[in-house]
Design a protein around this ligand. Structure first.
Ligand SMILES: NC(=O)c1ccc[n+]([C@@H]2O[C@H](COP(=O)([O-])OP(=O)(O)OC[C@H]3O[C@@H](n4cnc5c(N)ncnc54)[C@H](O)[C@@H]3O)[C@@H](O)[C@H]2O)c1
Length: 388
């Protein structure tokens, strides 16, 4: 920490999302954003001027600015080497999603984390809004009943021109398709809320876009807790929506938004009839908000409402800075995101091998452990993804 007890931070990769990190750090009086770095020195200098930080020529120069935490905001394929280099320079890392482009890289970072003093946290901002925190707590406590059925949708629209940049639309540039790059936000939240997944039965389809991977993926998922879910990710959906719906023995919990939710985007529909709920063995019951008079009972969801914190970078960075300064563990660790990367890996393995993939199949012997195309040729991938 700096002399006045603030956290000294840096940012690597000075493109689009670095601006969200820069704004979140600037808004937090406990933080000093001191240094930035980019392979393009022009990009680094113009971002440094914007945020009032020093532009550094290398990761070593950045670490020499006595930073304790560095946001890695570079393209996915560069995350692993950049993060390992920063760990070896003695700093902690806030790594943008997707943490890596395969499980092998994720395990390389985990080994570097083990061998060095710093820690790695991953940006999954939708875990950090007040709605997801309430949902996570109430589901874990059983207060909303037991999850039985879930739907997880990332229905977005990207025109052909979106894939014009050379690095887009191909395995080499992106590491994976929209399941890795776009749907992963909703998939991570679904898994965060429902716990251990067990099997994935998926189809990845290339319906319309000029890409090497899918533009639509659908999957059936089972969970250790007994729930089943369907997961759809599409880049062909003009009315865009990001949605998670969880039907429990006590009611329906739902969040519908696009790139970030507030409390108003969440809803809870309790079983309408308490007798029916009781016969399911899990009456969600009624609860009174603290201090509310008798007769002012509300359902458990309403009764748990507190400060409305939207799910954005500021929400996660606020939590992370507070945890680091207080010496508390921060929950969104690299390890906590491995189930999400395992799910993404299983989806591609299932779709490209045409079988149900069990969590236990994801060993280093599986080709998909090292690359999400499973080492298949472009023709083999095309054959599988475009077969009708
Ligand atoms: N959490 C979110 O909601 C969210 C939203 C958008 C993007 N992202 C993620 O943020 C990351 C960056 O995406 P972006 O849209 O800002 O990309 P971008 O192309 O706008 O910016 C990336 C920057 O990194 C620089 N760069 C590339 N390789 C580098 C290296 N090895 N070392 C240093 N700098 C390097 C580039 O010059 C560029 O300035 C990706 O992982 C992406 O998935 C997350």
């Amino acid at each position: 920490m700096s002399g006045d007890g603030n956290l000294r931070v840096g940012i690597v990769g000075c493109g689009g999302i670095a601006r969200s990190h820069g704004r979140a750090y600037a808004a937090d009086p406990r933080v000093e954003l001191v240094a930035v770095h980019d392979v393009s020195s022009a990009a680094a200098q113009s971002f440094a001027d914007e945020v009032g930080a020093t532009a550094c020529d290398s990761l070593a120069d950045l670490a020499a600015q006595d930073v304790q935490l560095v946001s890695v905001c570079t393209p996915p394929g560069t995350h692993t080497d950049t993060t390992i280099a920063l760990l070896e320079l003695g700093v902690s890392v806030l790594l943008e999603k997707p943490p890596t482009v395969n499980l092998a890289d994720m395990d390389r970072i985990a080994r570097a984390e083990e061998a060095n003093p710093g820690a790695v946290f991953v940006v999954f901002q939708h875990r950090h809004g007040s709605g997801a925190k309430r949902a996570h707590r109430l589901l874990a406590d059983g207060a909303l009943g037991a999850p039985q059925v879930a739907v997880c949708e990332t229905l977005w629209y990207r025109p052909e021109s979106y894939f014009d940049p050379e690095w887009r639309g191909n395995w080499a540039g992106e590491g994976g398709g929209p399941t890795l790059g776009h749907g992963i936000h909703q998939i991570d939240l679904l898994l965060h809320l429902l716990g251990e997944w067990t099997t994935v039965d998926a189809r990845a389809s290339r319906v319309a876009r000029p890409v090497e991977f899918e533009d639509v993926a659908t999957a059936s998922v089972t969970f250790a807790g007994g729930a089943v879910a369907s997961v759809t990710t599409s880049l062909l959906s003009p009315r865009e929506v990001s949605r998670i719906r969880i039907d429990t023995t006590g009611g329906t919990l739902e969040v519908e938004h696009l790139y970030g939710y507030a409390d108003a985007d969440w809803s809870w529909f309790p079983l309408p009839d308490a007798g029916t709920a009781a016969s399911n063995g899990a009456d969600p019951g009624l609860a009174r908000a603290p201090g509310a008079p008798e007769g002012a009972e509300q359902d458990v969801w309403r009764a748990s409402a507190g400060e409305d914190v939207p799910s954005n970078h500021a929400a996660q960075i606020h939590d992370l800075v507070g945890d680091l300064l207080a010496g508390r563990p921060h929950p969104t660790t690299l390890a906590s995101t491995r189930p999400t990367m395992e799910f993404v890996t299983a989806l591609y393995a299932s779709a490209l091998q045409g079988r149900v993939v069990d969590r236990g199949d994801l060993t280093p012997d599986l080709p998909f452990y090292r690359s999400l195309d499973g080492g298949l040729s472009a023709e083999q991938v095309s054959d599988r993804m475009t077969r009708v």
